[in-house]
Design a protein around this ligand. Structure first.
Ligand SMILES: NC(=O)c1ccc[n+]([C@@H]2O[C@H](COP(=O)([O-])OP(=O)(O)OC[C@H]3O[C@@H](n4cnc5c(N)ncnc54)[C@H](O)[C@@H]3O)[C@@H](O)[C@H]2O)c1
Length: 339
């Protein structure tokens, strides 16, 4: 049997808790040996719930403990780069929650450090791990859609700006942006990955903050509540991205892809193809799966088998280049080139 991977989880909010359930389902290949959070009460509660004895309020101390192989970074976006860099420097493999960082500059440093230290750096882009996405990716890799040259990806909430205990999400200095970097990143990443992760070339984008009145007084709100973009890739494909925390439209998510041989749509999954001279719509029925469990299991087995994970450090950098370019395009009022 491959060596058990001993993990320390930093940040025990929603994301950290989902990952902990995932590691529990991945035993005995993985074992969470330490937890870290700034809040002692939450730390004690999660330690009790998941039966983990060793806890820290300072992740630097966790990194100094014996017998730690990997670190799972589930803290606010402003700590993704520092915690990932410190963990890699300490010789640990890292899985880091989305968005990879607050900027491409930070994501570049993280990818470079992973390479220098020879350690795995995987980004937790969980929508790649749904059974529907895995099935569709398999069909695409088998050539069912041909060359995909157009995509549209949408993630709208009609009303859903995160604040209250999660107010760091609406503070640009901490989060790096708003709806785009929070949920737009999921939609963009999923469609881009399905399209084969082509190299981004140019971005024209717009971002709006029209719902500040929904945020309680005293909460710093300097991010967008919706964003829209068209991304051009080096292979001449284009992708339209739409996302919002608040928009006067029905909420929901959709990914649409069009290729030379067929097309596809997600939520629900459909494949548009041509069979024996007629247009045919397939409606595959993937069974539901434990996305977070499959995501952390993939991280653990990538380490054990020394395989490059599905969501790489370089892809995290390119993802952040695209997000940066949407914000830059909004502020310049024109298309932005990516080199
Ligand atoms: N993939 C997903 O579906 C998904 C869902 C939610 C959040 N996320 C991502 O996960 C990250 C965390 O989001 P969340 O919703 O769990 O946030 P949260 O605010 O609920 O929890 C964050 C936790 O981190 C702790 N923390 C903050 N700074 C810390 C530090 N320096 N050291 C140790 N602990 C620290 C906080 O005390 C808190 O308990 C974000 O980057 C977010 O974008 C991903």
């Amino acid at each position: 049997m491959a060596k058990r991977v001993r993990v320390g989880v930093i940040g025990l909010g929603f994301a950290g808790t989902e990952h902990l359930k995932g590691y529990r389902a991945t035993a005995p290949e993985a074992e969470v040996v330490a937890l870290c959070d700034l809040q002692p009460d939450l730390l004690a509660k999660k330690a009790d719930e998941f039966g983990i004895k060793t806890t820290f309020t300072d992740y630097h101390k966790m990194l100094a403990m014996d017998g730690l192989d990997a670190v799972d970074v589930c803290i606010p976006n402003d700590f993704h780069a520092p915690a990932t860099l410190d963990s890699l420097r300490a010789g640990k493999h890292v899985i880091c929650e989305k968005p990879p960082a607050r900027s491409a500059k930070e994501a570049r440093q993280m990818a470079d450090m992973a390479k220098k230290m020879g350690k795995t750096l995987m980004y937790a882009v969980v929508l790649r791990f749904t059974s529907a996405a895995q099935y569709l990716k398999g069909c695409i890799d088998e050539g069912m859609l041909g060359d995909i040259y157009f995509g549209r990806t949408v993630y709208h909430r009609r009303r859903g700006i995160p604040f209250g205990a999660k107010s760091w999400f609406v503070d640009k200095k901490r989060a790096g942006g708003g709806a785009l970097i929070d949920i737009g990143v999921h939609a963009l990443d999923l469609a881009w990955w399905l399209m084969g992760a082509p190299k981004p070339k140019a971005v024209s984008g717009a971002a709006y903050a029209k719902f500040a009145h929904l945020v309680p007084p005293g909460v710093r709100y300097d991010v967008e509540d919706s964003a829209f973009a068209m991304i051009r890739f080096a292979n001449d494909a284009t992708l339209i991205v739409e996302c919002s925390w608040s928009l006067n439209q029905a909420g929901g998510s959709i990914q649409q892809l069009a290729g030379t041989k067929g097309g596809a749509e997600m939520h629900p999954l459909k494949i548009f193809t041509e069979q024996n001279g007629v247009l045919a719509d397939l409606t595959p029925q993937p069974v539901g799966n434990d996305w977070y469990g499959d995501e952390v299991r993939h991280f653990v087995t990538s380490i054990q088998n020394r395989r490059t994970p599905l969501a790489t450090a370089e892809q995290g950098f390119q993802l952040m280049q695209m997000l940066d370019a949407v914000y830059e395009s909004q502020s310049l009022g024109r298309e932005v080139r990516i080199r």
